[in-house]
Ligand binder design. Structure first.
Ligand code: LLP
Length: 421
């Protein structure tokens, strides 16, 4: 459920008509709903209660500091994967002891920043990283709290580009080697083992792979404890999928996922940490765009929008489906037509949808892409020298621009001419 509904014939974000935002900020833009973000965050905290738990929002899915602050004010921790994300979490007021640092390639500079600024734990992904972290922590006279990310060799049954838990993927250490790697970690002077980490992929629409992975983590918890390690915390990653269409079967709910967690690892007495991104932010955001032209092609009509693949890359990158809806509600019984929905960028890959059935649309019409809150704005670029588009946050009947559209001067002035040119 989200808070983007038609009222009086106009699609609203909470109590704000999208036509009003479009008139104020121009198109294209991203818009996020505070109520939806809040609701989704609470679905997870409710699903995990009464287990001791911490929900750490995966910043990579939607990293605007205002959005992070909405979640931080509710008590969310953050899962970060870079210096930039760590600094965003801090800028949103998240205390260091609620920030988890994930990622296969943490640099020494990033380790230092987090050790000095405060960290809940590093999710270590390899032995070289573990040794580097121990050295860095020792040089600062502290111990770095760690989990080790294990790769359970489970097929997440999702798009191959976002599956992370198979042995051929670059993530984590093979679970079969975990005892050996934990033994080395325990010997390193700069580390303090606090638990285990696992994350098997994103947009999972079936609970079975989670179950397989979490059962393996439960067994490993017992084995590591038997070997003398203190395992108090399980970071179970993110990855729960969302409905991208209104028609197809809905993926499992956070409550089903919570029940699965309780069933598989709830008896271990560990604090449970999860790192959801998409389920919190995905359906909390829309991309709103205008039609520039309706072009009649050979046997097909093209709706040419002012948004493009540089603004929302998921369709061209993963073949992802986003529902497209008109901002002005069509009259009941309006006949739909098939369109290829495309952007102005100069490559055929700049196609949002092929032969999509939509109510008739033409120049100047506003349309919205649903489920665009996660991996939308964060993956945008300036390809074709198209400035990044604004982000807007709605709360009730208020809205605010939380990232401005840069001016062309700002974009051009980042380029520098060498004095010899
Ligand atoms: N934790 C770790 C270690 C991750 O790598 C990810 C996502 C998450 C948590 C959050 O997963 P989520 O709950 O959002 O599924 N750009 C792709 C998705 C990439 C996901 C990367 N890792 C897309 O647009 O579908």
């Amino acid at each position: 459920m989200d808070h983007f509904l038609y009222r009086n014939g106009v699609l609203h974000a909470e109590d704000v008509p999208l036509t009003e935002i479009a008139a104020r900020v121009g198109t294209p833009f991203y818009v996020y709903s505070t109520a939806t973000l809040t609701r989704h965050y609470h679905l997870f905290t409710e699903a995990l209660s009464p287990l001791p738990h911490q929900v750490c929002f995966a910043i990579k899915s939607l990293s605007n500091v205002a959005v992070l602050k909405v979640l931080a004010d509710l008590g969310a921790g953050m899962d970060v994967v870079s210096q930039g994300e760590y600094l965003r979490a801090k800028a949103a007021g998240v205390p260091g002891d609620k920030i988890v640092f994930s990622g296969v390639g943490k640099t020494r500079a990033e380790m230092r920043l987090a050790l000095e600024g405060g960290i809940r734990q590093f999710n270590v992904e390899s032995e070289p990283e573990m040794r580097a972290l121990s050295e860095m922590a020792s040089s600062l006279g502290v111990k770095a709290p760690i989990t080790i990310r294990v790769n359970p060799d489970v097929d997440a049954k999702t798009h191959e580009k976002i599956a992370t838990g198979k042995k051929e993927n670059k993530f984590g250490i093979p679970i079969a080697r975990a005892l050996e790697v934990y033994a080395e970690a325990a010997r390193l002077p700069g580390l303090q083992i606090v638990g285990i980490d696992v994350h098997i992929g994103s947009q999972l629409t079936d609970l079975e792979p989670f179950e397989a992975a979490y059962n393996k983590v439960a067994d490993l918890t017992l084995a590591l404890r038997a070997a003398g390690h203190q395992i108090d915390r399980l970071d179970l990653g993110g990855g729960l999928g969302i409905p991208y269409t209104r028609s197809n079967e809905a993926p499992p709910l956070p409550s089903d996922y919570g029940a699965l967690i309780k069933r598989t690892v709830g008896h271990l007495g560990c604090e449970i940490e999860i790192e959801p991104g998409r389920l919190i932010s995905g359906n909390a955001g829309l991309l709103v765009s205008s039609v520039i032209y309706l072009k009649q092609g050979e046997g097909r009509d093209f709706l040419i929008l002012d948004a493009a693949m540089n603004d929302l890359v998921r369709p061209s990158m993963y073949g992802a489906h986003h529902d497209i809806v008109p901002v002005l509600e069509p009259a009941a019984g309006t006949e739909q037509q098939d369109y290829d929905v495309v952007g102005p960028v100069c490559e055929t890959g700049d196609t949002f949808a092929k032969q999509r059935s939509l109510p008739p649309a033409g120049p100047g019409d506003l349309i919205a892409f649903r489920s665009a809150g996660a991996y939308g704005a964060v993956m945008s670029s300036e390809y074709n020298s198209r400035p990044l588009i604004p982000e807007v946050l709605v709360k009730g009947d208020q809205f605010a621009v939380i990232r401005e559209r840069p001016t062309y001067d700002e974009m051009l002035n980042r380029d520098k001419l060498p004095e010899w040119l």
